[in-house]
Write a protein that binds this ligand. Structure first.
Ligand code: UD1
Ligand code: UDP
Length: 373
């Protein structure tokens, strides 16, 4: 069996690594195609190194661009590779432009697509990710939904065949790397931070960073934080802050440490030892509940409602008052803190990668891995 993995961004590398490893352990050598959507060392290569994915078969160097430029260029380049390599299945992950491009290029060549992390919905079509995940799901033959809620979203859209609820591979990633991170990373010492004495922040979503008004609102929250905070900043956010003339305000915040994006081991260590996480990231909402750290999400909706229902995540949007009152409560009300920190992980037991590889191999052996009419 010849599976092809198409990926190109930080979270795709992290979440597909456990599936790639599972195939390798079964003696199957997958084809690895990196679109180059993320290209800075700290957005891509650092993860390939840490997660030991050294042998990328194709680097497509798609790079940045408008939505259509990036997706279109990726499709053209992925199609060439798939035509040459003729894999039995193409695996894509999540909701990036790379995932959509991989799914569309593949299904049109009649190579079946398996979508890892299928069925997530924010019900907000103004987000590029929502469009990508809907279209990728509908182009896919095999759908790996992380939770029952995700399966129900697919069912509501008429997708009922070959849907498997397998948990989220992010649990595999965290379990495989958190202990290594604790041992190997010296990030707390490097930044002069003590466990549970700081807030970890990330924000990079288009809706939060592409508008000056929203970036200002984010800044107002950062300026009012009650304890020390660390913000490993996505290059998108940094570039926007600079071009909107807001960078100086970030630098002036005394108890905020801004770093470059961090490798996975450093980031996991920082996340596991944080008192509170504030983020607009999808993967970090998931990891926080897995790592038992309360999460405040800087968005008005989430495609990970399981984390909110479980009690580990609160949507605060870019509302300063809401964010600050949640922070104050977490810092002063021990019972409330414990309740959020101990919310149960809804994303499975960390064996998702293996299950995905086994299901695909089984379908392949039965001759059922094909694009149907
Ligand atoms: C993409 C995904 C988003 C995901 C995120 C993970 C889409 C539509 N969005 O957003 O869902 O959460 O990846 O991090 O696919 N840049 C660099 N260096 C890099 C990569 C990007 O400087 O290595 C800068 C460029 O200015 C680029 C901007 O960041 O224009 C945005 O990058 P892009 O890949 O388009 O989207 P992300 O915001 O990273
Ligand atoms: N991450 C990382 N270093 C960082 C920020 C994030 O390793 O500086 C990891 C994080 O642990 C998670 C993933 O990157 O696994 C999330 O990526 P991101 O927030 O960029 O994307 P999203 O999940 O929102 O699509």
């Amino acid at each position: 069996m010849k599976p092809a993995f198409v990926f190109g961004t930080r979270p795709e590398i992290i979440k597909l690594a456990p599936v790639i490893r599972a195939f390798e352990e079964m003696g199957i050598e997958p084809l690895l195609v990196h679109t180059g959507q993320h290209y800075d060392y700290e957005m891509s290569s650092v993860f390939l190194e840490e997660l030991e994915l050294r042998k990328i078969d194709y680097h497509l160097e798609v790079g940045s661009g408008t939505q259509a430029e990036q997706t279109g260029t990726a499709m053209i380049k992925i199609e060439k590779v798939l035509m040459k390599e003729k894999p039995d299945v193409t695996l894509v992950q999540g909701d990036t432009n790379t995932a959509l491009a991989g799914a569309l290029a593949s299904v049109k060549l009649k190579i079946p697509v398996a979508h890892v992390e299928a069925g997530l919905r924010s019900f907000d079509r103004t987000m590029p990710e929502e469009v990508n995940r809907i279209l990728a799901d509908h182009a896919s033959e095999v759908l790996f939904a992380p939770t029952e809620e995700a399966r129900e979203n697919l069912e509501r859209e008429g997708i009922t065949e070959n849907v498997y609820v397998v948990g989220n591979t992010v649990v595999d990633a965290v379990l495989q790397n958190a202990k290594i991170a604790e041992r190997k990373s010296d990030i707390l010492e490097r930044l002069g931070l003590k466990s549970r004495e700081y807030i970890l922040i990330t924000a990079h979503r288009a809706e939060n960073t592409d508008s000056k008004e929203n970036l200002r609102r984010l800044l107002e929250i950062l300026e009012a934080l009650p304890i020390k905070a660390v913000y490993p900043m996505h290059p998108r956010t940094r570039k926007r802050l600079e071009s909107f003339g807001l960078w100086g305000r970030v630098e002036a915040i005394e108890n905020l440490i801004v770093t470059k994006p961090l490798g996975y081991l450093d980031f996991l260590k920082l996340q596991r030892n944080a008192k509170i996480v504030m983020t607009d990231s999808g993967g970090i909402q998931e990891e926080s509940i897995i790592l038992n750290v309360p999460c405040l999400t800087l968005r008005y909706n989430t495609e990970r409602p399981e984390t909110v229902k479980a009690g580990g995540n609160v949507l605060v949007g870019l509302e300063k008052e809401r964010a600050l009152s949640s922070l104050e409560r977490l810092l002063n009300d021990e019972e409330f803190y414990k309740k959020m920190a101990n919310a149960p992980n809804p994303f499975g037991n960390g064996k998702s990668g293996q299950r995905i590889a086994e299901i695909l191999l089984e379908l392949y052996k039965k001759g059922e891995l094909r694009v149907r009419n």
